[in-house]
Structure formats: C-alpha cells, structure tokens
Ligand binder design. Structure first.
Ligand SMILES: Cc1cn([C@@H]2O[C@H](COP(=O)(O)OP(=O)(O)OP(=O)(O)O)[C@@H](O)[C@H]2O)c(=O)[nH]c1=O
Length: 665
C-alpha cells in the first residue's frame, strides 16, 4: 500500500457538492466527479454519535459509486472519496432542509447558540484481484468544528431563507457566503464547515499515497478525530443487491445508457486547476501527514508505525477483516429487520394518514400538538394515539420536542391531504385495496392469480367496470390514487421529451386529467384531450383545478371499443402494465391506425431494470396485478416497435413513473 502514488490513478469524488469539487480542485487533485446515488436515509437511532452517522453515510456514498462504476461506467476507480456534512444542535442531526419552512426551523434552532458541524469522510481504495473481483479498503475519519450563531431575528432569517442559499446546505446555511453573516465565531477547520475537512484529508492522503522516497515505513494512519481502516467484500453488480440496499436506492441511468463517468465540466484536469504539471503539492501533504503522527498514538492498521514487521501488520489486517465481518453481518441483520418490519411501518403510515394525524397537526395554531390533543381530534384512545405518534416519530413521519408533536418536512410535503404533491390518495388506495390483496399473497403465488375474490368477495377483471368498483366511494378512492400519482410524477413525465413540434395530444385513460394538465402546462403549444370512460369523465369534475387550462378537453369513450380522438401524440400513463398482452396489442394497433406518419406514442410506467432485478417497487407491484405485467424500457420499446413506433427515447425520471417516446415512420 505504501508504494502507491496518485499519479495515473483514477480518483473519483462521489459527491454532487460544488463546494467539495472546488476545495479539492483548488489543491490540484485530479479527479472525476460521479455523484453518489446513495440516499441519506440511514436510521439515525442506530448511531451512538452524530459523527458515526456522518462517517457511515460518507462510506455508503463512496461505496455505492465504487461498486456501480465497474458495471455502469465499465471502469474501476482506484480511489473513491465520499463525504457527508451534518450540523448538530440540541441532540438533533440537521441535514439539508427540504423546504423554506424546514430551513426556518433549523436556523431558528441555531440562533444564538453554539453548534457542531461534523463532516465524515470515506476514502475507498479499490483493488482489482486476479479473479476480477474487487477488494474495497475503507479509510474513514471525521472532523468537528464548532460554530456560534448570533441572535437572529425572524426578519433576518426569512430574508436569508428567501435568498435561496440555505436549501442545498446542511443546517440550512452556507458559512462561505451570505451565511457567514450569521456567525459569531468558528472553532476548528473552516473548510470542514463548508463541506470538506481538507487539512485532515491531505494528511490521510500523504500517509497512503506518498510519492516514492518521501514516505517511510513509519508513516501513520491515524486521526485526531478517529479514523478506521476497513475492508469490504467484493462488489456485486448494482442491480443484484438486495432490495432496499444502497445501490437499489439510486436512480438508474438516464436514457437507458451508461452514464458517462463525469460531465466535461466535472472532469477536473490539472490544466483547469491552473497548476500546470503540478498535482497535489506533496511536500506540503507529507509535512501535514507527519504532524498527524504526533496527534494520536493509537495504532490503526496499515501504515502504522506500531506495526513494524509484516507479521504484526498481517495480524492487524486480519483483525480489520474480522471487525469488518461483524460489521457486515450487523448491516445484514439491520436490513433483515427492516424487511421484517416493513409491513408494520407501512401500516403506521396508512393509519396515521387515514386518521388525518398530519392534517390535524398542520391545522393547529403552532403546528404542534400534544398526544392527548391529537387523540381528541382524531377521536381515538390516548394510549393508542401516543403509540402511533411515537412510531411515526421513529419513522421520520413526525418530530417531537418535549411533549409536542409536529409534522416533519417530508410529511408536510407528501402527507397533507390538500398539498400539491399529496400522496394521501395513493396511500389510502394501498390501505384499502393493496393491503388486503397482499394478505393473500401466499395463495396468489400458489395459484398465480390475483386475490380480489378472497380479499373482497368479488373477481376483478376490469379495474373500473367490475362489481367491486361500482360503488361510488370506491371509484372515487381509485381516482384519488391515480390523481396523486399523476400530480407527483406528472411534471417529470410531461417534461421528459421535447414535444414542441406537436400540436395535439390525447391522454388515453387519463382518469382525473391531472397528467393532461401537466402536459398542457409544460407545452404552451399543445392542446390535450383527456379520454376515459363516461363515468370517469363525469366524476373527474371533482378534481378539476380552479384555474383549469382551457387547452385541456375531456372526451368520454372506451379505448377498446370507441374511435380514438385524433392526436399527434398519444399518452398512455400507467395503462399498459394493467392489461393482458392480447389487450395491449389491440390497444396499440388501434393507436397505430389512428396515427399518421410522424405521430408519437408516449408510454409512462415504472420501467424495470433490463435484468429485471429491480426496482423492487415495480416488482412488488406486479405481485398484486390482475392480468398485466411489468416491463423494462427495452421491452416497451420492442412492444411499440411491433406496432410501427420506432426511434425510442427513454427517460428514467427518478420519480414514480418513467417514460418512453416512439414515433411512427
Ligand atoms: C454547513 C454548511 C454546509 N454546506 C454544504 O452542505 C452540503 C451538505 O450536504 P451533504 O449531504 O454532505 O452533501 P451534498 O451536497 O448532498 O452532496 P453529496 O456528497 O453528493 O451527498 C454540502 O454540499 C456542503 O458543501 C455549505 O456549503 N456550507 C456550510 O456552511
């Protein structure tokens, strides 16, 4: 290891933070940027300290990139750097605010107080072995800086929040810019607050990658703030990771192709850094790393002065491996527990939504209520309500300060019944329809059929026309579910492709019209016809926006039986997966007949990965489907091609629905 140098190595920064890019560019490091897809959703309760959380997140960010690159970018990096910055105050870990209100909560908490900023950093060293497997060695550490804010008035806070600066920054401020005005003092590494503890990082680099001759066996790999050396097992292709694993959380490649390793702007070359031939200034780095030897004596494995001979070093490495194995099995156990308890978490969400807990909290004057007030409002027992609220806090759906419960930013975003991105409709659909179906999953698997009859005493062949759906409230619930999905995903689907050359579109089975309105909003030159069953059109008035765009019109009909309205683009959002292959072909050939050359079909669905190993959302949904099936983008492309629609463009939106656009020749 100590012979390694950085020259000629592929160094990757697994971060989308422009500050980290700048800090590392400024010291002449040559690297590519491949932002991590790891979602910062580790359960904070599992960590004894905030820095352990930051370090683990940094490690997961970096590992996700290290494991993805060989498969998606077809190259193996030598070094991957990940980082995670968190702000801690009053025992809380603050990450990036999700909206202005959240930023306000964070900044008002920080006002007049000293707080800590922790950045966890992970350096992953990737070694390709002879059998082409890859070994990952993890070196991680963290840095703490204390920052004190002045007393901040509400006016000042709002002015700052409205500048837009807080939104992509941990704790809701940027010390390097306007946020600097809020700060009374800083104790520690300033750049650590900005997002990257450069000083400690350089010391670590010096210890690992010193150029020939400059590093002796006496170099150390320690840190004043704790550091660890770890190895992790060889990578699996990202798509084969278990559900819920970090690699699965990431969005797939856009356009169904391999993402380039970095955009040209992010391909940081030494010329661009203005340092000519010089890379990292090694003299400085080596002096720094020697200083760090004096700061901590505890042996840390490789490159350690306390491990002078090969035997003792091998022993230490074995210890590291064993420690890692324990850690690894703990990680697996956590995943197992998450899977085992997943149904309980879903039901807590469904129940709290159904009992309108989130609306009740929002309606209170201060946005906060005690358990007994909530119990009264939702007409439930005190004991049961308290348990439900506590469970919601543990799941990140609510937050509690003392005895007061309040919505979290995520709940305000998705769980208020009248919010623009409310998922309430879909959640209630899951509770009332999908949940009973899943309780009969075992029979569904044995028999290979949908379990409507067992769950509801009725068969279901046609979603909107059969007996079960004939009840008004059931129809309305189904429409609310489709409405919330269309509202949440509509903008991303509508803006997925350039449709400027088209004048008319027809959204087949468009339900409440939510998707049609999104298309009209996104394309000023487009008129959109929403086509659905007469009963649906009749009920869709319930969902019409106050400022309804008159470029959207509603036509009643059955797309299997009736003539389709003429259009340049036909939209099929969340339609095809529901029907048998036979019906899909009937529908597509009808559309093909209605199309003149140059017309297009836009299909929006969850796209399975090409190897059908994910995303689990799509595969789980398939388990309760009636007669249809889930497909990958290329399966949809082939399907459309068989009806004369070619030149497929695919868009993975990273939202609830993806999209493919094909045109007739
Ligand atoms: C306190 C503070 C934070 N930040 C930025 O806050 C983000 C933290 O978020 P993260 O999750 O660690 O990183 P990210 O931006 O999401 O990027 P990624 O590494 O891809 O997760 C980073 O950007 C930091 O610079 C500032 O720019 N200035 C400050 O004073």
């Amino acid at each position: 290891m100590e012979d390694l140098q950085l020259t000629g190595k592929l160094v990757v920064l697994a971060s989308a933070s422009p500050r980290r890019l700048e800090i590392l560019t400024n010291v002449g490091l040559r690297f590519e940027v491949v932002p991590s897809w790891f979602k910062e959703t580790l359960d904070k309760r599992l960590f004894k300290t905030p820095h352990e959380y930051a370090v683990e997140t940094a490690k997961q960010k970096a590992l996700e990139v290290a494991k993805r690159m060989p498969f998606k970018h077809l190259k193996t990096p030598d070094i991957v750097i990940g980082a995670d910055t968190v702000v801690t105050v009053d025992g809380l870990i603050l990450e990036k605010p999700v909206d202005k209100q959240d930023a306000y909560r964070m900044l008002s908490r920080l006002s007049g107080k000293e707080h800590s900023v922790f950045t966890g950093v992970a350096i992953i060293l990737c070694h390709e072995k002879e059998d082409e497997e890859i070994d990952y060695q993890v070196i991680d550490f963290y840095e703490e800086t204390k920052v004190k804010f002045a007393d901040l008035s509400d006016d000042l806070l709002w002015e700052y929040i409205n500048s837009g600066e807080p939104m992509d920054k941990a704790g809701g401020y940027g010390i390097q810019a306007l946020g600097g005005m809020l700060v009374e003092y800083v104790h520690g590494d300033f750049l650590n607050v900005v997002g990257f503890p450069l000083n400690q990082f350089c010391k670590k680099l010096g210890l690992i990658f010193s150029p020939p001759g400059s590093l002796t066996h006496n170099s150390t790999q320690t840190s004043p703030q704790g550091s660890a050396v770890d190895t992790v097992p060889p990578a699996e292709p990202a798509a084969s990771s278990p559900p819920g694993s970090p690699t699965h959380n990431g969005p797939p490649d856009s356009q169904g192709q391999n993402i380039p390793s970095a955009s040209p702007a992010h391909n940081v070359k030494q010329e661009e850094s203005g340092r000519g031939e010089e890379e990292v200034p090694w003299t400085l780095v080596n002096s720094l790393s020697k200083c760090s030897e004096n700061r901590e004596a505890e042996p840390q494995g490789i490159n350690d002065p306390a491990a002078p001979d090969l035997t003792s070093r091998a022993t230490m490495q074995m210890q590291n491996v064993r420690e890692h194995e324990t850690e690894d099995s703990k990680e697996k156990l956590c995943k197992m527990i998450e899977l085992m308890d997943g149904f309980k978490a879903s039901k807590v969400l469904f129940t709290a939504s159904k009992l309108r807990v989130f609306d009740v909290l929002r309606s209170s004057k201060t946005g906060e209520l005690q358990a007994e007030d909530v119990a009264q409002e939702i007409k439930a027992s005190m004991k049961g309500t308290e348990r439900l609220l506590e469970a919601c806090v543990s799941l990140g759906l609510l937050q509690r300060t003392g005895k007061q419960y309040a919505n979290t930013a995520m709940s305000r975003h998705f769980l208020l019944s009248d919010g623009p991105l409310s998922l309430q409709g879909y959640i209630q659909h899951c509770n009332e329809l999908v949940w009973p179906l899943f309780t009969h999953l075992e029979t569904a698997v044995r028999e290979g059929t949908n379990q409507h009859e067992k769950a509801f005493g009725k068969t279901s062949n046609n979603l909107f026309q059969d007996a079960y759906y004939s009840r008004h409230e059931v129809k309305l619930r189904f429409m609310k579910a489709m409405h919330s999905i269309a509202r949440v995903s509509g903008r991303d689907v509508a803006t997925a492709f350039d449709l400027s050359k088209y004048k008319t579109a027809c959204d087949l089975g468009g339900c409440t019209g939510a998707m049609a309105y999104e298309f009209a909003k996104a394309h000023p030159g487009l008129s959109v016809t929403m086509f659905d069953l007469p009963k649906v059109i009749e009920m869709s008035g319930h969902f019409r926006p106050h400022d309804a765009d008159d470029r959207v019109s509603f036509v009643a009909g059955d797309f299997f039986k009736d003539e389709l309205p003429k259009a340049d683009v036909y939209i099929l959002a969340r339609i095809l997966h529901d029907w048998s292959d036979e019906k899909v072909h009937i529908l597509l050939s009808k559309i093909a007949k209605a199309c003149s050359p140059g017309c297009a079909v836009l299909v929006s669905e969850i796209f399975l990965d090409e190897d059908r190993k994910g995303p689990s959302r799509g595969l789980l949904q398939a388990l309760s489907m009636t007669e249809g099936r889930q497909r990958s983008a290329s399966e949809y492309s082939l399907l459309l091609k068989s009806h004369g629609f070619t030149a497929a463009q695919v868009k993975h939106t990273h939202n609830l629905l993806d999209a493919i656009l094909c045109v007739t020749e």
